[in-house]
Design a protein around this ligand. Structure first.
Ligand code: GLU
Length: 453
């Protein structure tokens, strides 16, 4: 049974790389047969780097995209607690085992130097009380090898590995130690994390070996770069998940987009719900070259999500924007349905509906539509006739014996004053009402006639 974990440190906001790690860890568990378990573990042993509110933020973000964890904070589970600082007591006995077999040693450090040596057993307690740290003793010779399911075989010369701290002076384990122990204790089968941990993994491999415990499978994920091919960074102004949501991207679209940043489906499908991803995901589809965040692509995807939305959902999404831009009594649901296929973001409806309350100044060149072969004279004729025939567009077309567009285009133009609109002349008349439509057609006529023909 596959068990994966997402193991964030509550040291800041969720960047896209974090979210992708969470998503892939979730998908690796959920695409398995039988379905695996997705664990959320909070790695908070580096107390100085903690940022208040960040844990809540991580939980909220995961929930908002539907990455519900089977075990972890709030939901519990058989392997808890799932917050590392609450597991403090358990790590020491593993460290002591390492000291026993001489793969770790005690150190006491001042600002200038560290005094380190293997301690006798009776001194262990004393040493801990006096603020010793425990370090991993790396072998000086040989090499360490492991297989990563994305990057393949990785081999490092042991002499390049530093003796890393396992237990700090405050008695808490470092991330480097805690992740190994907890992955073991939580029976994690697949470790999914960013490629920045690839170079530390040999040290973890040595710990697993020294403790004689089974290693998990490793799946390291390549970096996500920005459009300038730099590592994504908030400081350089790259958007994190929260920023994207604030800009108007839909959480589902962002999640879908992130799924494709480093993973390729077997077919060329691009639109995936989380459920569909659970079915389609496979580990071999993860690539090892860094992928670039492409906002234009995400924008397109967002538009596709909007097009595929149910009418009612779309109305709920845009109703606030509509209500603040339209004071006139019009059928807002209908307006929303006209807008749906024309926007990539909810807020874009504002520009589409700006003609409803008030007709803005426009140029008569808008009446000229090459393809529809409209002319100024023809437009005057069409508008006059439409007024004569009580806004009956069909009758007007018939009576004038012209092409549809030669009537519909001038009327559409007169009613909106815009080069494009989200619906045609018939719908516009219905939307604005007869009285307002007549008023606008008269304005159009006046402008057209005012031209010195
Ligand atoms: N706590 C680490 C982080 O925030 C997780 C690394 C891991 O998944 O092992 O990046």
């Amino acid at each position: 049974m596959i068990r994966t974990r997402f193991a964030p440190s509550p040291t800041g906001f969720m960047h896209l790389g974090n979210l992708r790690t969470a998503l892939y860890a979730y998908l690796i568990a959920k695409s398995a047969e039988p379905k695996g378990t997705f664990i959320l573990r909070i790695e908070d042993t580096d107390r100085e780097r903690l940022i208040e509110g960040s844990l809540e933020f991580i939980l909220k973000t995961l929930k908002s995209v539907g990455l519900n964890w089977d075990e972890g904070p709030e939901v519990g589970g058989d392997y808890g607690p799932y917050i590392q600082s609450e597991r403090k007591a358990g790590y020491l006995k593993f460290a002591e085992k390492l000291i026993e077999n001489k793969t770790a040693y005690y150190c006491i450090c001042s600002d200038e130097e560290c005094l380190c040596k293997g301690k006798q057993e009776n001194e262990i307690k004393n040493a801990m009380e006096n603020g010793y740290a425990i370090r991993q003793a790396m072998p000086k010779e040989g090499s360490t090898t492991f297989i990563d399911l994305v990057y393949g075989e990785i081999k490092v010369e042991n002499k390049e590995l530093e003796d890393q701290i396992l237990i700090k002076r405050d008695g808490l384990p470092t991330y480097n130690f805690a992740n190994v122990i907890d992955d073991h204790l939580m029976a994690v089968t697949h470790v999914v994390r960013g490629s920045e941990y690839l170079s530390s993994t040999p040290k973890y491999v040595l710990l697993y070996e020294a403790l004689n415990i089974k290693q998990p499978e490793y799946i390291h994920l390549p970096l996500i770069l920005n459009e300038e091919k730099e590592k994504l960074s908030k400081r350089r102004g790259d958007a994190n998940f929260e920023d994207l949501i604030e800009e108007g991207f839909l959480a589902e679209a962002v999640l879908n987009y992130i799924a494709l940043l480093g993973w390729a489906p077997k077919d060329n499908k691009e639109l995936f719900s989380l459920k569909e991803l659970e079915e389609a995901f496979y580990i071999e589809g993860i690539g090892k070259s860094p992928s670039s965040f492409d906002k234009a692509k995400l924008t397109w995807l967002n538009g596709e999500y909007i097009k595929n939305m149910l009418e009612d959902d779309f109305y709920n999404l845009v109703s606030q924007h509509l209500k603040s831009s339209i004071k006139k009594e019009v059928d807002l649901k209908k307006v929303a349905s006209y807008c749906k296929s024309r926007v990539n973001f909810a807020h874009e409806v504002t520009d589409l509906v700006d003609f409803i309350d008030e007709l803005k100044d426009y140029g008569t060149d808008l009446y000229l539509h090459k393809k529809m072969k409209t002319t100024i004279e023809g437009s005057i004729l069409a508008l006059e006739e439409v007024l004569q025939l009580d806004l009956d567009l069909e009758k007007t077309i018939e009576k004038l014996g012209v092409k549809n567009g030669q009537v519909l285009w001038p009327v559409r133009t007169a009613l909106t004053g815009k080069p494009t609109s989200f619906c045609g002349a018939h719908e516009l008349i219905e939307l604005l009402g007869k009285e307002e439509s007549i008023k606008r057609i008269n304005i159009g006529l006046k402008m057209l006639k005012g031209l010195n023909l």
